[in-house]
Design a protein around this ligand. Structure first.
Ligand code: ZN
Length: 247
């Protein structure tokens, strides 16, 4: 009996020891969530462009309308004036705000350069009004370079896009009635479009192609429209590379 008790105790001790040896305490794995990329924000001043509303500005800089109103001590009923400078508190870098309107009107996209080294939607609006175009800026979108208060690659939608009106950028082949006109700021006979401009152009053209079902064969440079004699958007525009990225 004594022998049996001794053997049983020995087995129990062994089991205990072996369980201690084979089941080490699991070490907790400490995993860190990746730190979210910090979004830089700062107070900026923004010059109101043609057709811009508080809603559009709020979306562009990711700042609530109420905060913009408070920072500028203006009421909700205030109507922004083109050219007015307003403070945007804690603004992010501008984001593209591309409104898409159901329509069967848009069957082509035409790419232009401004043939000027400087400019933005507001500057072209004033220039086109002076030329006698009563609706002002003839393009639907402008992609900025770094020549104005707009950031390089910033996309501005013009009143003609927001109101879904005909363009005034390509009379030939009646393109004004069926083509979305996009203008990159710059003279690409003398300089090259920047990478940021080309990336923004790619972004907006793809978005418009998807929504309006426009094939890449109908994305045209101004100079290839039937009946047009122009080098727009300039000899330095990397047209083939741009088209390849759309496919
Ligand atoms: Zn053109």
């Amino acid at each position: 009996m004594k022998k049996l008790i001794y053997s049983l105790s020995l087995i129990l001790v062994c089991v205990f020891l072996s369980s201690c040896a084979t089941a080490p305490k699991p070490t907790p794995r400490v995993t860190k969530d990746p730190t979210p990329p910090s979004i830089k924000r700062s107070d900026i001043y923004h010059v109101v462009g043609p057709g811009e509303t508080l809603w559009r500005i709020s979306k562009t800089y990711d700042v609530p309308i109420k905060r913009i109103l408070r920072a500028n001590r203006i009421s909700e009923r205030a109507i922004l004036q083109m050219g007015q400078q307003i403070k945007i508190p804690m603004a992010t870098d501008p984001k593209p705000v591309i409104s898409l309107y159901p329509s069967s009107k848009w069957r082509y996209i035409i790419v232009h350069h401004s043939a000027t080294e400087v400019g933005n939607s507001l500057a072209f609006h004033k220039a086109h009004l002076k030329r006698g175009w009563d609706r002002g800026i003839g393009y639907h979108f402008v992609v900025s370079n770094n020549s104005s208060d707009r950031k390089e690659g910033q996309i501005e939608a013009t009143p003609r896009w927001i109101k879904q009106q005909d363009g005034a950028h390509c009379k030939a082949s009646e393109m004004n009635t069926k083509a979305i006109g996009i203008c990159l700021v710059g003279n690409f006979n003398n300089q090259n479009p920047s990478k940021k401009q080309l990336d923004s152009l790619n972004y907006i053209v793809k978005k418009l192609q998807d929504f309006y079902n426009i094939p890449t064969s109908r994305v045209l440079r101004h100079g290839e429209v039937h009946g047009v004699i122009t080098d727009c958007p300039g000899h330095n525009f990397p047209w083939q590379g741009f088209k390849n990225r759309l496919d």
